[in-house]
Ligand binder design. Structure first.
Ligand SMILES: *Cc1c(COP(=O)(O)O)cnc(C)c1O
Length: 372
């Protein structure tokens, strides 16, 4: 197989699926048997251990474990919420964007007792309100927040939220879908009991499954609590633990192989800290370049993640997102529509197999081509 035939016609400046390396895509070119040791011991168990190592470097590493779950990232989020909050419990959801709202929607659909603190898309969570609510409602057992709110690009203060949740003895859940592997964090230091991400974001794999890194003692309490069969996080974990990496139902073998290669490439790049530097450089190159062309960011810099940036749409009467999008695509770049509700925006991602030189080429194209 000629590896050049794996070239992409354009790069994805989107928050996942994102541009992957050719070698990650090439890893999908053979088939695997789901009950063979080559796959389970050689690939799945190695991935599970590496995920724990990425989540914490502390000497308490053995207190953490990981579970892989079929489906897109939301399936993994739903498996956590639907499994870990007991019948007698109550979930507090901090929301400031579409992904926070999705957490609330999962709780609603599963008919969980829950309360939502919505600080609006343009503001971080209200920590005083959180503190007061946890002090006044003893029924609340779990707190959940999104780390990188992909709707806007905001990086939420999970350290502070975790401290408050832990000081009240609550179980702390983080949707770190768009940041895990691209922003340094340590679940032990942050007091995170369950953290969720998926294959096709900062680890730079392809879509098909999500994963959860959990505090073992917290996960062990959740047997028999799941509100779904296929999304039973405990049962999935138990099967993987007891059967050396076996998935309960069909495993996305090709995606898992690609993910294994992506983890190796993350190590080769120098780990999360080095990848974070590259993403930050991509994002700074983007913002500096876009500002020089007259564009404005939706959020103040101090709240920004290096993952994705929302820009206000130009005021020009002739501007039209679709035309801009199509024009950029013809030049080799795919961008993302806006997602905030009350401002007209578009988004550009800075994660994936993307380098500052690519971002510079993008800025040059936006500066030179008359899109409207
Ligand atoms: C991508 C993403 C998800 C999951 O989305 P899926 O489409 O189900 O993969 C959840 N939360 C955040 C913050 C995300 O960026």
């Amino acid at each position: 197989m000629d590896i050049d035939s794996l070239d992409n016609p354009y790069i994805l400046l989107t928050p996942g699926p994102l541009s992957t390396s050719k070698t990650v895509r090439q890893a999908m070119l053979r088939d695997w048997c789901t009950w063979d040791d080559d796959y389970n011991l050689g690939v799945v168990q190695v991935i599970r251990q590496k995920l724990v190592e990425l989540a914490t470097a502390s000497q308490h590493q053995a207190e953490y474990t990981s579970v892989l779950m079929q489906g897109s990232g939301t399936f993994s989020v739903e498996s956590v919420i639907g499994t870990v909050v007991p019948e007698s419990g109550k979930l507090l959801v901090l929301a400031n964007g579409a992904y926070g709202q999705r957490l609330a929607k999962i709780a609603k659909v599963l008919r969980l007792d829950h309360v939502v603190h919505d600080s609006s898309e343009l503001h971080p969570p209200d920590l005083d309100k959180l503190q007061n609510e946890l002090a006044s409602d003893p029924k609340i057992s779990h707190v959940v927040v999104v780390h990188g709110e992909t709707t806007t690009g905001m990086l939420n203060p999970i350290g502070e939220v975790g401290q408050i949740a832990k000081s009240h003895g609550k179980t702390f859940i983080v949707d770190a879908m768009s940041t895990f592997g691209g922003v340094p964090l340590d679940v032990q230091e942050l007091g995170i009991d369950f953290i969720i991400s998926s294959a096709n974001k900062c680890i730079q794999g392809v879509p098909g499954f999500g994963f959860v890194i959990a505090k073992r003692s917290e996960l062990e309490k959740t047997a028999g609590q799941a509100r779904s069969l296929s999304l039973d996080l405990f049962d999935q974990w138990k099967t993987m633990e007891d059967s050396h990496g076996k998935w309960r139902y069909t495993s996305p073998t090709h995606t898992v192989r690609a993910f294994s290669q992506a983890l190796t490439e993350l190590e080769q790049e120098g780990g999360v800290a080095v990848r974070h530097q590259r993403y930050s450089q991509n994002q700074q190159t983007l913002v500096t370049g876009m500002r020089s062309l007259g564009f404005e960011c939706l959020l103040p810099d101090k709240w920004h993640s290096p993952i994705i940036t929302s820009f206000l749409s130009p005021n020009a009467a002739a501007y039209n997102f679709r035309q801009f999008y199509d024009g950029l695509k013809r030049k080799g770049f795919v961008i993302y529509p806006g997602k905030v509700t009350d401002r007209d925006t578009f988004r550009i991602g800075s994660i994936g197999e993307v380098y500052p030189e690519d971002v510079q080429r993008l800025i040059q194209v936006i500066g030179e081509v008359k899109f409207w």
